[in-house]
Design a protein around this ligand. Sequence first.
Ligand code: C2O
Length: 554
Amino acid sequence: SVTRHYKFDIRLRNITRLCHTKSMVTVNGKFPGPRVVAREGDRIVVKVVNHVPNNVSIHWHGVRQLQSGWADGPSYITQCPIQTGQSYVYNFTIVGQRGTLFWHAHISWLRATLYGPLILLPRRNESYPFEKPYKEVPILFGEWWNADPEAVIAQALQTGAGPNVSDAYTFNGLPGPLYNCSNNETDTETDTFRLKVKPGKTYLLRLINAALNDELFFSIANHTLVTVEADATYVKPFESEIIVIGPGQTSNFLLKTKPEYPNVNFLMLARPYFTGMGTFDNSTVAGILEYKKPLVAPKNTIPTLKPSLPAINDTSFVANFSSKFLSLNTDKYPAKVPQTVDKSFFFTIGLGTSPCPKNQTCQGPNNSSKFAASMNNISFTLPSIALLQQHFFGQANNGIYTTDFPAMPLMPFNYTGTPPNNTRVSNGTKTVVIPFNTRVQVVLQDTSILGAESHPLHLHGFNFYVVGQGFGNFNPNTDPPKFNLVDPVERNTVGVPSGGWVAIRFLADNPGVWLMHCHFDVHLSWGLRMAWIVEDGKLPNQKLPPPPADLPKC
Ligand code: C2O
C-alpha cells in the first residue's frame, strides 16, 4: 500500500449552467470536484487550503475513519471549520473497503458545489468478485441553483420557511439537453453528459447521488443495470432497468452494451422520488448513451430512445428495489452481523414546525414557529466548538453538549392512530455515549407528521447492517424474529421509508464522535441529526489518538 497525496485549493470560480453564470466555491476550480482514487489499504493525505470567504470542511463520506476521527470532517462535530486563509490536512487509511464513495463539504449547504468522487479500488493483486469491466465511469448526480445555495438556505432559516428548490438536476455537473434558454444559448453539446461506449463491452458505472434534497430514479433506455456494490461493499448481483438512489448513497452497476452498433442513441434520465408535501424540483435530467461508430451519421439524424421512470411517489417500487440489496456474504467478504445486541434504541424521525414556547417570540411566520426536524423530539443544534475536541479533552460538562439523548421518543408513537401527541420539538446538543465495542441496534421510525417523506439516514464512522424494514408501526414483538441476520446489506446510508421503519445494527468499534443525520440537506439544516460518542477501548489500538497539530480552531 502507498500514500496518495492530494491538494484541494478551495477557490471561487465563474461557472455557467442554464445560461446563468455565477461565482461559486470550487475545489481547484473544478465542478464537480477532482477524483480521489486509492486502493484498499492505502493512506490518503489531502491538504485543504481555504482561499474563499466561507468557512469550509470536507467529509469523506462513507470512509470508516478507524481511529482517525479527526479526519472525518463534519463542521462542529469532529473539527472546527477551516477559516479563510487557513489549511488543514486530512490524513486517513482505507481499511477493508472497496467500491465507490464520495467526498463533500460538510458545512451549511456548501456541498451543493463542493463534491467529487472517491474511488476505492481493490488491492493490487485482488480482482472484483464480478466480470472485469472494460471501462469504469463515475456519474455524479447533483443539483444546480442559479442562486448561491448558501443564500438560499440562509434565507430559509431566517424566515422559518422552506428553501427554494434547485433549478436543475445534473449528471457530472451538466443539466443536459432538456434545458433550453429562451435566447437559445444552451450549448447542448457541452451542457450534456455523454457516455460514449463501444458495442459488446461491460462498463462499470459508479453512481453517486450528491443531490442535496432528493432521492432519484435513474434509467437508461433499452439497457439493464446489474447492481454489484453499495456504499463501498459488495452485494449479491441483481438486475434492474430502473434504479433508485438516495442522497449519500453510492452504488456500482455493470452495464452491458448491445452486441452490434445500434442506429439510435439512448437517453439516460433521472428524476426524483418524492412523497411529501411542499415544493421540490420535479424536473428531469438527461444524458446520452452514445455508441461510437467509426463512421457517424450526421448527429441530428440519429433518433433517440427514452426510458420510462416510475411515478414520482411510487413508494412500492422503492421498497421493492431496496429489498433486493443483500450482502455478497462469501468466505472472502463475509457479513459480520451482530447476532445479539447490547443496546437497543428506537428513534422517531419527525418533520414539522416547532411550536413557539409560551411567552416567547418566534421567528417563524406570524410569530408561530419555524420548520424543525427532529429525532426523538430533539432538534439538534450545532455547538460552538467541535464535539470531538470537547470529548477528547474531557470537557463534557461545560455546556457545549449533553449526554442525555433519549433512547425512546417523548411518547409512544402510533402511526395508525389519530395524529400522535408527540410532535413537541425541543432544541439541544444531545449525544448518546456508548462503550467501545457495543453492539448497537437502532430502529428508525418515520412518523409522517406534517408531510410523509422518506429520509436517507446516514451514519458517520461505521457501516451498519439493514436487518429489517417495513411499513406502519415497528412492532417490537413480531418484527425482530423476522430480521435478516445472515446476509443483510451493509451500508452507510439507508432510506427510512415514508410511513415505515428500518432496523440497523452495527458494532461500535471506532472511538470518537459520530454524526448520524438525514442526508437531505434541508432536513439537516432543520436539525435532523444527533451524535454518538464511542468511548475508547482498553487496548492501545482501541483509542482515539490525539488531534493533529493543525486541527482548525473555532
Ligand atoms: Cu455525506 Cu454527514 O454526510
